[in-house]
Design a protein around this ligand. Structure first.
Ligand SMILES: Cc1cc2nc3c(=O)[nH]c(=O)nc-3n(C[C@H](O)[C@H](O)[C@H](O)COP(=O)(O)O)c2cc1C
Length: 332
């Protein structure tokens, strides 16, 4: 891993449709040590799909990234991993293989979490990709596939033997999707079973839950996904908590609204034609704020920066009427 995990790291997770360059930029600004791309189809890359390649475009000044690819054909994955390495050069910290996505349209093709049901194939993918690139290969998987059938420990050992240099473990079964809780004990069992760095993932949304994740898994580094939606501040809070510093205050309602405005502006500037992506981010930013439900209905119809600004202006007005602009508000 080139020593990357010698220090404690807090990572922004790969999230399809979410982890674009603006989201990554805001997370890193608040202290995320590394951000992932969203998952990128190896097959799509092999067809030279412009839409797929776009997912690999780095933002201005973005000089470090982890790329995640998905697929199930060792040769295609290896060839496309080499293409990614070539395209990103020095900026690539490592390449990760998605073995945890539970969505039917992914597992139905044998990709994502389906690989947990075929550890032999998963291992062949890891070794083929490892042989094709110089960067380290990582894997991201879940506690197991079927609910109640924990396979992550054996699976982790197989991946380590095949050459995985680190692994992210999310403590839910694939069939569980996002229901229930992520099992920290399962992550701890993986951590004890392998000698490569294990990054704990699942349900870290604030300082207290991040501390619990580190404490109960024994993993130094953690990864955050949903807790960062509309909430880049989670990284400054979690970093402070894990480093034993005083945890900064939660953002105020005004700060949340202003961050939404900035996020929209950055999207409009940096990602032409992508402003509609702001709809879901805007909803996340304003969750729990006075006037949020009316605003959410309006966000779904916004397609320009000016339209987002106008809803956010009205929210500022609403919140000031409720004398709530300076109230502090955490992740909902
Ligand atoms: C909208 C969304 C998209 C996701 N996309 C990916 C993905 O592309 N690759 C991946 O490995 N995991 C993906 N995940 C799973 C997360 O990376 C993470 O493992 C999971 O959400 C558990 O972490 P959390 O409790 O911090 O959210 C996604 C999750 C969400 C909510």
């Amino acid at each position: 891993m080139g020593g990357f995990f010698d220090r404690q790291r807090v990572l922004l997770a790969p999230m399809a449709g979410v982890s674009d360059e603006v989201f990554r930029f805001l997370a890193k600004e608040q202290g995320a040590d590394l951000a992932y791309t969203e998952m990128v189809s190896a097959k799509g890359l092999s067809y030279a799909s412009e839409k797929t390649r776009k997912l690999l475009e780095l933002g201005e000044g973005e000089d470090r990234i982890a790329v995640q690819i998905f697929g199930h054909e060792p040769d295609t994955m290896a060839a496309q991993a080499a293409w990614v390495e070539d395209a990103l050069g020095e900026a690539l910290v490592y390449l990760d293989i998605n073995m945890g996505c539970p969505a039917r349209k992914i597992t139905g093709k044998g990709d994502g979490a389906a690989l947990m049901r075929d550890p032999e194939l998963a291992a062949r993918i890891v070794s083929a990709v490892g042989a094709a690139i110089e960067h380290p290969v990582a894997v991201k998987f879940r506690r197991g596939y079927d609910e109640g059938v924990e396979t992550c420990v054996d699976f982790a050992r197989r991946m380590e033997d095949a050459g995985a240099a680190s692994m992210v473990v999310h403590g839910r079964f694939a069939r569980q999707m996002y229901r229930g809780r992520s099992d920290r004990g399962a992550i701890a069992r993986v951590r004890r079973a392998v000698s490569v760095p294990v990054i704990a993932n699942g349900d870290a949304v604030d300082a207290a839950s991040a501390r619990a994740l580190v404490r109960d898994t024994g993993c130094a580094s953690i990864m955050i996904a949903r807790g960062a939606q509309g909430n880049p501040w989670v990284f400054s809070q979690v970093k402070a908590a894990l480093e034993g510093r005083e945890v900064p205050d939660l953002p105020t309602v005004r700060e949340r609204i202003e961050m939404a405005r900035r996020h929209a502006r950055l999207l409009a500037e940096r990602a032409e034609g992508q402003i509609v992506r702001m709809r879901k981010h805007a909803m996340w930013y304003v969750a729990g704020i006075p006037g949020a439900s009316a605003a959410r209905a309006r966000f779904t119809r916004c397609s320009t920066l000016a339209e987002f600004d106008s809803v956010l202006d009205d929210m500022i007005e609403q919140a000031s009427l409720h004398d709530a602009l300076d109230a502090r508000c955490g992740h909902v």
